[in-house]
Write a protein that binds this ligand. Structure first.
Ligand code: CA
Length: 543
């Protein structure tokens, strides 16, 4: 039998002092000496729209509140101030404006991408009342909350599937099936005596069911109007708690091989979600090539995950490793223009890593400068950005899926720490805990925090239309402008290990000075006349 097995997609700041030349590898004990002030703080300029900075949380590995080793809702609530405390006057949070919660509904698996009950919270995570509390606490802090919606398939333990298979096992011949005896037979895609790929046998019977991800994940029949009504009811249920939208899992397999039908279904869900709440947000996962992915924007889906920028071979890491700043600018412009051609309202969803990918520290060889610049390149992108939990402290993760979903490394005293997925191999983190990195001005954590702050100070970064600056011809340099509401930013990225001088015409580009910068070792970006000096791996924002 040919079962297709795939990876389950399944403040006003005080002047900040930065330690010069100190990275934070665990084994490095060299203390930094030189401190440099960061002079470019501005007030936050947040717009309450769909362009956000999302933080992806795998609840099970995030924070444990009751000591059973499994992360839970109350654990996440206790860490919301770490993500965003909602207080403009403090400078102690990361500055994320959205959270994507991986599946929280009851499920037999550790990752929960196979649901047995769409109307509850898995008991290891907490209760519905605790979930309600989470939504309130997120909204108090200006954080939008979206949750994973897994409706390509259910768990094979879902009552619909159990009733359907029990019925079919009692049926001898195909012609004996009577739908009025068991309507759930039409909730899935069953076939009689087939040897088709992607199908698995129902017990020892002559019946087979479609399961594109795993035998424990039977695909729903999304052409059945009754199934669609059930999906609307599920959306109603969760939106009644005030959540802000959904992340749609595995839409490529909604109608395997049928992008047009997949798009119609993504649109069906998006339209319904939008009809329930203003500014609600839907982002979908179609792990396919870019030109297929953008076809989904023919529907009203807000965002599609852009796999072209992710992982070791994506446009961020590959250009960074090749030192090709010009190609990175070209990639951003090309992708923007291709998306806009399909739908002017589309919001590109950029991510660098997620729960299905190798973590950045692992594929960037634990080099802090590269981990930081890659994060900066991602967080300066136009659209909505997604950061997978733990990337902000350079956590380790590669190999099997459980390894990529390791316990969030909060501290060395064990407080709130989880045990991780059952089959996870022990992950050796090369960088310090979140607690220690918070105290180190030059940590990966503080780089992320600065990048998010700059993003939250300058709405042009997420919303601006990108143009390449052709007068800059150094291959190592990314030179672009972003214009939003007639306000223009100039962005320069140095993708090399050398200090670079870039000549930029002030009159032509309409900038007067530095608006902010990101450097990997605490050095300063400076402007002398029209000469911008970029330290190694620096990003400068000029206005
Ligand atoms: Ca727990």
């Amino acid at each position: 039998m040919n079962i297709v097995k795939k990876v389950v997609s399944a403040s006003l700041c005080m002047c900040l002092t930065i330690t010069m030349f100190g990275c934070s590898p665990k084994d490095s004990s060299t203390a930094a000496t030189k401190k440099v002030s960061y002079k470019y703080n501005h007030e936050l300029n947040m717009i309450d729209d769909k362009y956000r900075n999302y933080y992806e949380v795998f609840l099970s590995s995030y924070c444990d509140s009751d000591g059973d080793g499994i992360g839970d809702i109350n654990g996440l609530i206790s860490k919301l101030d770490y993500i965003n405390d909602g207080d403009d006057k403090t400078d102690t949070d990361l500055g994320y404006t959205g959270i994507w919660l991986m599946p929280i509904m009851p499920s037999p698996s550790y990752h929960k991408y196979n649901v047995t009950d769409y109307y509850s919270v898995d008991q290891s995570y907490g209760t519905i009342d605790e979930f309600k509390h989470l939504v309130e606490e997120c909204h108090k802090r200006g954080i939008q909350l979206i949750i994973d919606l897994v409706v390509n398939h259910t768990s094979s333990d879902h009552p619909w599937f159990k009733q359907a298979t029990k019925y079919l096992e009692s049926i001898e011949k195909e012609s004996d099936v009577n739908i009025s005896d068991c309507k759930y037979v039409q909730f899935y895609n069953f076939k009689y005596k087939t040897d088709q790929g992607g199908y698995a046998q129902v017990g020892n019977s002559n019946w087979y069911y479609e399961c594109n991800f795993d035998v424990g994940m039977p695909d729903l029949n999304l052409s059945n109007p009754e199934v669609r009504e059930e999906i609307k009811k599920i959306i109603d249920y969760w939106m009644a708690f005030g959540i802000d939208g959904f992340r749609l899992d595995g839409v490529k397999e909604y109608y395997s091989g049928g992008t047009e039908q997949n798009t119609e279904m993504v649109g069906f869900i998006s339209d319904y979600v939008h009809s329930k709440k203003k500014n609600s947000y839907v982002v979908a996962e179609a792990w396919q090539d870019f030109y297929t992915v953008i076809q989904y924007y023919r529907s009203n889906v807000d965002s599609m995950f852009n796999f072209d920028f992710s992982q070791i071979d994506g446009a961020i890491a590959s250009n960074l490793l090749a030192g090709d700043g010009m190609a990175f600018a070209d990639d951003m412009v090309r992708i923007q223009n291709n998306i806009q051609r399909v739908n002017k309202n589309a919001i590109d969803a950029e991510f660098f890593t997620n729960h299905d990918t190798v973590r950045a520290a692992s594929f960037l060889s634990y080099t802090p400068e590269k981990i930081k610049l890659a994060a900066g390149m991602n967080l300066m992108m136009t659209g909505t950005t997604f950061t997978y939990y733990g990337e902000e402290i350079g956590m380790t993760g590669s190999g099997t899926d459980p390894n990529k979903r390791a316990p969030m490394y909060w501290n060395d005293d064990g407080l709130g720490m989880t045990v991780g997925p059952p089959t996870m191999e022990k992950q050796e983190n090369h960088f310090e805990s979140a607690k220690k990195q918070q105290q180190d001005d030059n940590s990966i954590y503080n780089y992320y925090k600065r990048a998010l702050r700059i993003r939250n100070e300058n709405p042009e970064i997420a919303r601006g239309k990108i143009e390449k600056i052709d007068s800059v011809t150094d291959k190592n340099i990314t030179a672009i402008t972003k214009v939003y509401n007639e306000s223009k930013l100039v962005l320069l990225y140095n993708l090399s290990k050398d200090t670079k001088q870039v000549l930029l015409n002030k009159k032509d580009l309409g900038y007067s000075g530095i608006q902010g910068y990101l450097t990997v070792n605490g050095e300063e970006v400076t402007v002398d006349g029209e000469n911008v000096t970029l330290p190694p791996y620096a990003i400068a924002i000029l206005k």
